[in-house]
Structures are given as structure tokens and as C-alpha cells.
Write a protein that binds this ligand. Structure first.
Ligand code: ATP
Ligand code: MG
Ligand code: MG
Length: 597
């Protein structure tokens, strides 16, 4: 296997494994804690990463990057990666999203049963521990209950370059804070009337260190804990504790959390001092989030596209969600290749959409069966067919479904494996692409025009004789004669030299198929940059539905089967709408990069 290129995360992990940074880590928490039991007695020599989505929407291509990084590093270094639902916010979460996230992780090729452990967690299981940790912080003088209004708190927090102002409630005694915090827990105070704040430094140059709120009152039913709690931890407080309880070693997140790292470290230091957590605590490292041109990666904005019916759903093939990409024809291998190719860096940049498409093309090139489909059909009549071939004769033809594999087989590489073959027939009438006939050929045109010969791919050489037109002058049929004894694969095949072979489908065995021709969803490369309204950037022509005619092997596709429609691109039988009786294909990606055009 090829050596993976190094990156700053790999260097950090390798250094920690060398030094044995976590080899001496010992559990120090209360033995009753769910996470401790769930994780068993972790092997301290292993690295432990986690992917911690909030179950409030469907995952997108940016999450795929994070999944590949976290699960990929654990796999590569013999470690473990946890799938953790960060469900500490009671209002926005839903089990529909929980299930879709599990599906997405597994489909991408990863799982939470790794390192011989089941590593599926939900942060809400730690509410009890988080509460006890908050009581500890109060007792140790590190937290206080603040009754300022939200507005007062915002003003007193100050601004960059301007220190904040201490709350009048900041000097409460631990005993008083503990009493009121317990009242908060017991439902004695109104929602929003007070919060618990960490007591750090109101003059810190980092606003996040100016006594951040760590608990709020919220009478909301939680999907896991029901009405057990009317106070909920803030994300910035919950997240480091989740990592520590699960004995994560390297907590990897995107750059926007860099300013939160001092609080992450502050909190875990305090709780480690108090003997509540193992030492050394996990460490947070930030990497650049994925920005992809012509794509939006914000769950909130993607949700808006769904709820405003700009797309057909989360799994619309134009969506950058994992379900959307999957329905579009993307493969786990292509997305993993993409994650490898873009790498891990410490500074934000934009990745060109063609990079993603290139990965899919590369994956499908050797795997996708070939087939012929006529997307803009016109009928071609072989006027001498009945005379030279016999009236109504249908001649069986075939071509390899995987030309590359066939090539290898002839080289003896894949001996014993038979290359799959597609079968179809040719008769008096076939469908061809309208653009393959020109009454008056432009300079250099090699396809059908009166007097020119071409090959019908996998069939016969034919000679064009003209066309018929309707009253309005539109071409209704292209006319040609078949050159006998020139069938592909027979000794006479090369007896007549031609400059072009064109794709076609027999009128007798061709099958009508709905083909969804997708284009980019947005016209701007950065649809939501600089506060732009991304809705205005929607491409009105991002979907064109056409009726194509496909060869029988394509009509027999199963949902999710991928093909190369020769000369047109890669297509997938739609997972949702394709049936044997009514084939439906989605354009996954063209054969060539067209983004530069
Ligand atoms: P969104 O902003 O789309 O709602 P999020 O960051 O709120 O995404 P979470 O479910 O909280 O979504 O994220 C789970 C993990 O995925 C986090 O560790 C987050 O850093 C990572 N992630 C989210 N978006 C991207 C992205 N564009 N590139 C890389 N990682 C991402
Ligand atoms: Mg989030
Ligand atoms: Mg977010």
C-alpha cells in the first residue's frame, strides 16, 4: 500500500505515540459514570479520536472530510474513533438525524465498532457527570450564578481591546452559588433568569475567557433524557468534558474553534486538579474546514433549500449532503480519495469542485460498466437492410462491459475472470444522436453526412445517403445503407476504413429512460461569501429532464448501479425512482472536466 503523505496531525500523533504521552493516563472519575463503563478499560497506548456531530441535520461533504480524518487516523495508527452524538441542545435534535448520521458513517466505510469496542456515544448520557462537575467548580470557587440580564451580560462582556466589567454577582460565596445552582436544577427559577458562569478573567484579551456561561435554564424535553433536566450545559462546557470522559487523546475540530481552546484547556485542568478526570487530558487541534466552490456547507442554509423547496429534499442529487452525493452516484471510495487528496492543513482555502468530480471519475473509470444511450435521438433508417440482411432480420451484437478488464484479460493479468459482455441487436432502424448527422458538414466533421461512411459502434459500417424532413424543414429521419460483412469482431470488420464510430441503440431493443441531467446548483463559485444571499445565486438550469433511449443492459440496471454512458459521462440508476419498468438515471459526472469552460 502507498505511504500516505504526512500532515501536521499525523506528526502530532506520531510524536505522542513515540513519547507515550497517554500511556500513563489513568481513569480518575467516578466509577458510576456511563462513559467510563461504556468505554471499558481503554488501552492507554491507543490514540482515540471522535466524530461528534450534533444530530440537527443531514451530514454534508464537509462532515465527510471530518469523518475521513477522524476514523482514518484511528485506523492508520491502530487506535479507536468514537461516533458521538453531541446532543446537549434539547430543542433542535431529532432521531431522524441520528439515524441518517449512522447511515452516512457506515456508508462512507467506517464504523463505531473498532478496536474491539463498540464506540457509539451520546453526550446527553453525561448530563449527570456534567452537573457534578459544575458543583465541583462552584465549590472550588471557579463558577458563580449570574442574574444579570442577557443584555447586561453582553454589554459587560466588553469588546476586543476593551476589557469587560465584573458582574455584581461575581463575588457570591461558593455556598450561596451552590444553593442557587441547585434551585436552578430543581426548577425554582424561570428560563433565562440566570446562568452559571465560569469564573476566569473579565479582562482577558480572549472574549471566550471572560466568564463564559456554562449552564442555562431551559424547560425543554430532551429526546434522550426527557424532562429529567430543566438546566442544560452550554456546548463549550459540555464538549471538553465529553472528550475527557471518553478518554479521547486528540480532539480534532475545525479552525473556528481555535479561540475556544484556552477554555477547553482551562476547564479540563480545573477538573483534573479536582480529581474528576484522568490526566493528561485530551488536547484540541484545529484543521481547516472544507470550502468547496459552487457548494454551500452549512446545515442551516441547506435546510433552507429543502424547506423552501428549492431542491426535492436532503437527498436531492444536487445537494452536497452525503445522501445527496450518494444519490448522485458518488461512491465511498471517491469521497475517501477526495479527503486524502485535499489533505489536512491549518489555513482556510477553497477547493475546486472539479477536484471532487475528478475523484469520482477516477473511481468509476475502471468499475462502471459501459453502455450506449442516445440522449437526443433521431431515427436512422438502413434502407437496404431488408434486401441485404433479410426482411425483419435482427443481428445480435456484443461489446465488453468493462473494456479495461478485457484488456487485462487478454494480457493474462486477470486470467480466469471473464469480462462481462453486453448484448444488443441491430435491425433496419436504430436511434442515433441528432448531432451525429449534418446535411452540410462543417469543416473537419467526420460523422454522418451524405456520402460519408462511419461505424455503428459494435455493429456495421454504414454509408449515409441523406435524410427526410417534415413540412417545417426539421430532420425526421437520417438515411443510410449498411455495408454487408463489416460487423465488428468479424474478419471483414476492417475491410472498410472509417474515420468515426458513433453510438446508437436499436429501435427494437432500445428502452426509453428518464435521464436527469444535473448541473451546478449555484452560479457563483462562492455562493454565500461576504453575506451574499445564496438563494439569488441558484442556477435556474441545474436540472434538465430528458427521455433517452438506452441499450437493454442499461435497462436491466438495479437501483444505485453506475454506468458509463459511452461519450456522455457517468450515470447512476436513481436509488429512489428507478424501477425495472421505468428506468431513471442521474448524471453523476461528465467524462471531462467542464468547470473551466
Ligand atoms: P454546520 O455548520 O454545517 O451545521 P457543524 O459544524 O455545526 O456544521 P456538527 O454536526 O457540529 O456540524 O459537526 C460535526 C463535525 O464536523 C465537527 O467536528 C465539525 O468541525 C465538522 N465539520 C463541519 N463542517 C465541516 C467542514 N465544512 N469541513 C470540515 N469539517 C466540518
Ligand atoms: Mg455544530
Ligand atoms: Mg455550525
Amino acid at each position: 500500500e502507498a505511504v500516505k503523505p504526512s500532515n501536521f496531525l499525523r506528526q502530532i500523533i506520531e510524536a505522542d505515540l513515540d513519547k507515550g504521552t497517554y500511556a500513563s493516563r489513568r481513569w480518575a472519575g467516578s466509577p458510576g459514570d456511563a462513559a467510563h463503563h461504556a468505554a471499558g478499560e481503554p488501552d492507554p497506548a491507543k490514540i482515540r479520536t471522535r466524530f461528534p456531530p450534533e444530530p440537527n441535520g443531514y451530514l454534508h461533504i464537509g462532515h465527510a472530510k471530518s469523518i475521513c480524518i477522524n476514523f482514518g487516523l484511528a485506523r492508520d495508527y491502530g487506535g479507536v474513533c468514537h461516533l458521538r452524538f453531541d446532543d446537549t441542545n434539547p430543542e433542535k435534535e431529532d432521531t431522524e438525524y441520528v439515524n441518517s448520521i449512522k447511515d452516512a458513517v457506515q456508508w462512507l466505510g467506517f464504523g463505531w465498532n473498532n478496536g474491539g469496542e463498540s464506540n457509539l456515544y451520546q453526550a446527553s448520557d453525561y448530563f449527570g457527570f456534567m452537573y457534578r462537575a459544575a458543583e465541583y467548580l462552584i465549590e472550588a470557587g471557579h463558577a458563580y450564578v449570574d442574574e444579570q440580564t442577557a443584555e447586561q451580560m453582553r454589554i459587560n462582556r466588553g469588546d476586543f481591546g476593551k476589557p469587560g466589567v465584573d458582574s455584581p454577582f461575581r463575588s457570591r460565596t461558593p455556598a450561596e452559588n451552590l444553593r442557587i445552582f441547585r434551585e436552578m436544577r430543581d426548577g425554582k427559577h424561570e428560563d433565562g433568569s440566570m446562568v452559571l458562569r465560569a469564573k476566569i478573567d473579565m479582562a482577558s484579551p480572549n472574549i471566550n475567557m471572560r466568564d463564559p456561561a456554562i449552564y442555562r435554564i431551559r424547560r425543554a424535553t430532551h429526546h434522550n433524557t426527557g424532562d429529567t433536566w430543566c438546566i442544560y450545559p452550554m456546548y463549550t462546557y459540555a464538549h471538553p468534558i465529553e472528550d475527557a470522559l471518553e478518554q479521547i487523546t486528540h480532539s480534532l475540530c475545525t479552525l473556528e474553534f481555535e479561540d475556544q481552546r484556552p477554555f477547553y484547556d482551562w476547564l479540563l485542568e480545573r477538573l483534573t486538579e479536582g480529581g474528576l478526570l484522568a490526566s493528561p487530558p485530551p488536547r484540541q487541534y484545529e484543521f481547516a474546514r472544507l470550502n468547496l466552490t459552487y457548494v454551500i456547507t452549512s446545515k442551516r442554509k441547506l435546510a433552507q433549500l429543502v424547506y423552501d423547496h428549492k431542491v426535492s429534499g436532503w437527498d436531492d442529487p444536487r445537494m452536497p449532503t452525503i445522501v445527496g452525493l450518494r444519490r448522485r452516484g458518488y461512491t465511498p471510495a471517491a469521497l475517501q480519495m477526495f479527503a486524502e487528496r485535499i489533505g489536512v492543513t491549518k489555513s482556510d482555502s477553497w477547493i475546486d469542485y472539479s477536484t471532487l468530480e475528478g475523484c469520482l471519475r477516477e473511481d468509476l473509470e475502471l468499475k462502471a460498466h459501459r453502455g450506449m444511450a442516445v440522449i437526443n435521438p433521431v431515427k436512422l433508417v438502413l434502407t437496404n437492410w431488408d434486401e441485404v440482411m433479410g426482411a425483419g432480420h435482427l443481428e445480435p451484437c456484443s461489446l465488453p462491459a468493462l473494456p479495461h478488464q478485457n484488456h487485462e484479460a487478454t494480457q493474462g493479468v486477470a486470467e480466469g475472470t471473464e469480462s462481462p459482455t453486453r448484448h444488443f441487436t441491430i435491425g433496419k432502424e436504430v436511434w442515433i444522436e441528432r448531432e451525429d448527422f449534418e446535411e452540410v458538414p462543417p469543416k473537419g466533421y467526420k460523422r454522418l453526412y451524405p456520402g460519408n461512411k462511419v461505424r455503428l459502434k459494435g455493429g456495421y459500417v454504414i454509408e449515409c445517403t441523406g435524410c427526410t424532413k417534415d413540412a417545417a424543414g426539421n430532420i425526421t429521419e437520417v438515411l443510410a445503407t449498411v455495408v454487408p460483412d463489416t460487423k465488428s469482431g468479424t474478419p471483414g470488420a476492417d475491410s472498410v476504413k472509417v474515420k468515426a464510430a458513433i453510438t446508437w441503440v436499436g429501435v427494437t431493443d432500445g428502452v426509453n429512460a428518464e435521464v436527469r441531467m444535473y448541473d451546478r446548483l449555484f452560479l457563483d463559485a462562492q455562493p454565500d461569501a461576504g453575506g451574499k444571499d445564496f438563494i439569488e445565486s441558484l442556477n435556474p438550469n441545474s436540472l434538465k429532464v430528458v427521455t433517452a433511449i438506452v441499450e437493454p443492459s442499461l435497462a436491466n440496471a438495479k437501483p444505485d448501479d453506475k454506468f458509463q454512458f459511452e461519450r456522455h459521462g457517468y450515470f447512476v440508476a436513481d436509488r429512489v425512482d428507478h424501477t425495472a419498468g421505468k428506468p431513471v438515471f442521474n448524471l453523476a459526472v461528465g467524462l471531462k472536466d467542464s468547470w473551466g469552460k
